[in-house]
Structure formats: structure tokens, C-alpha cells
Design a protein around this ligand. Structure first.
Ligand code: SF4
Length: 252
């Protein structure tokens, strides 16, 4: 970061997009740009029209930037040559396919857990209130226990689809890790993506462990979710053994 530039380069491409919980909002160009455009990234109730109007504006700006860049590089933006895309290597294709399959299983398992146990959670909640009313447990202690459970459920839900999307992006980029585009293979898009993917997997694992501790009677479903996450973790670490060296230089 230069003295005049407060932003961490590209941080918004390799984060978990959970701005409410991000400690780098003041150093994130994407976040600050939205604020400058009159959009509050933390506000959730924008109408679809407002959202699409903003997406359209960003898209138009991006196209303009691309045009300018093409002009500078002497590229005729309106007559781009046909480029034949190289098929992915066997390694990339395998990672994509296996990652997709395991992730689909994981989503089924995680969604199933919350859907199948809705009544169970309600009953547990009611029982907790009764315990407080009978003086068996304290209100504060019970409240903080439930806050923790809700927080961990939020973590699991936030990363549920994110993990699949990032796995695909990392796998797609694996063939280009050694391109000259990147400062080093560790700083390639694929390896940087793998880093946030590992963070998401590890946080999900930690959240499921809390669930297991609180609801041991739901062990079977929780262990299944944990084992699928462990598989995704092994696959990611196997393909990107140097993920810890990826930027940006922040602590997630
Ligand atoms: S870096 Fe932080 S503020 Fe910026 S998009 Fe990601 S989560 Fe949001």
C-alpha cells in the first residue's frame, strides 16, 4: 500500500463478501466505492429495481474502462479475434467435477439439517425458556448460548454456497497458476481463491463442531457434514498446498 492509497489491492476479489463482519471496510475499494455512489453495502432492503440500476451502472463503468484499456493497447474492441479456449487439464477437470459432487452432497446435508430440525430447534428454544422461568438456568447464560448457536448457524449458511463457487473458480484457474500474469504462482487468482476457500471451510468446520457440542443427539447428520467438509478441505489443500502464502496480506 502506498502512502496515498489507503486500499488493499484486490481485497474484494479474495474475501468472503461478508461486509458486516469485515474489519477492512475502510481499506476496501469496492466497499468505499459503493458508499461514494450512495449505496450502503450493509443495507439489505434495496428493491430489485434499485439493485439492478446499480449493477447496470457498474457494468457500464467496467465496459468503459475496458474500452479505454483496449484503445491504449491498440486493440479493436469491436472486432476482437476469435480465440479458441483451451480445454482444462485433467487435473483441473477432475478437481472441478469432484469438487462439484462433494459440494452438492454438502449442501443437501447442511440444508437438510436445518430444514429437518426446525421443530426440534423450536422445542429446544421453548425448553430453554422454561428452564429460565423455573430458575434452573440464568437468562443471560441462556441468551448467550442461543446467540452463539444462531451465530454459528449463520456461519454455516453464509458459506454453504460460497464454498462451491470458490472451489470452481480455484479449479478453473489451476492451469494458469504459472502464467506470467501473476507475480508468482502463490499470488495467482487460483491460489488466492483457494486461500479464502480454506478459510470458509475451516470456519464452517468450527461452526459444525459447536453444533455437535450443543446438539450431540444430532451427531449423525453433523458428522456427515463434517466429513464432507473434510473431503473438500483435503481436495483443496492437495491441489493448492501453498494456499497460506497467497495474498492479500490480511488476517481473515
Ligand atoms: S473486503 Fe470486506 S468490505 Fe470489501 S467486499 Fe470483502 S468483505 Fe466487503
Amino acid at each position: 500500500m502506498s502512502d496515498t492509497n489507503p486500499y488493499i489491492e484486490g481485497i474484494y476479489n479474495y474475501c468472503d463478501r461478508w461486509c458486516e463482519r469485515c474489519k477492512y471496510t475502510d481499506r476496501c475499494f469496492a466497499f468505499q466505492k459503493q458508499l461514494a455512489d450512495g449505496i450502503d453495502p450493509l443495507k439489505k432492503d434495496y428493491t430489485p429495481e434499485e439493485t439492478w440500476a446499480y449493477v447496470g451502472k457498474c457494468f457500464a463503468e467496467a465496459m468503459e474502462m475496458l474500452r479505454q484499456y483496449a484503445e491504449e493497447q491498440g486493440i479493436d474492441f469491436d472486432n476482437l479475434p476469435e480465440v479458441e479456449e483451451e480445454p482444462p487439464s485433467e487435473k483441473a477437470a477432475r478437481l472441478q467435477a469432484e469438487g462439484r459432487n462433494v459440494h452438492i452432497e454438502y449442501v443437501k446435508c447442511a440444508r437438510g439439517f436445518f430444514e429437518a430440525n426446525e421443530t426440534y430447534f423450536e422445542e429446544k428454544g421453548k425448553a430453554s425458556i422454561e428452564w429460565v422461568e423455573m430458575g434452573i438456568t440464568g437468562q443471560e447464560e441462556t441468551q448467550s448460548r442461543w446467540d452463539r448457536i444462531v451465530d454459528q448457524a449463520d456461519v454455516i449458511k453464509w458459506y454453504m454456497f460460497f464454498i462451491g463457487a470458490k472451489m470452481q473458480r480455484a479449479a478453473q484457474g489451476i492451469d494458469g497458476m504459472y502464467d506470467n500474469t501473476w507475480e508468482s504462482p502463490e499470488q495467482s487468482d487460483a491460489n488466492r481463491t483457494a486461500r479464502i476457500l480454506m478459510v470458509a471451510i475451516d470456519r464452517s468446520i468450527a461452526a459444525w463442531r459447536v453444533m455437535l457440542h450443543v446438539f450431540p443427539e444430532k451427531e449423525e447428520a453433523i458428522l456427515q457434514a463434517l466429513s464432507l467438509l473434510a473431503k473438500l478441505r483435503r481436495m483443496t489443500e492437495g491441489a493448492f498446498p501453498r494456499w497460506t502464502e497467497a495474498g492479500p496480506d490480511v488476517e481473515w
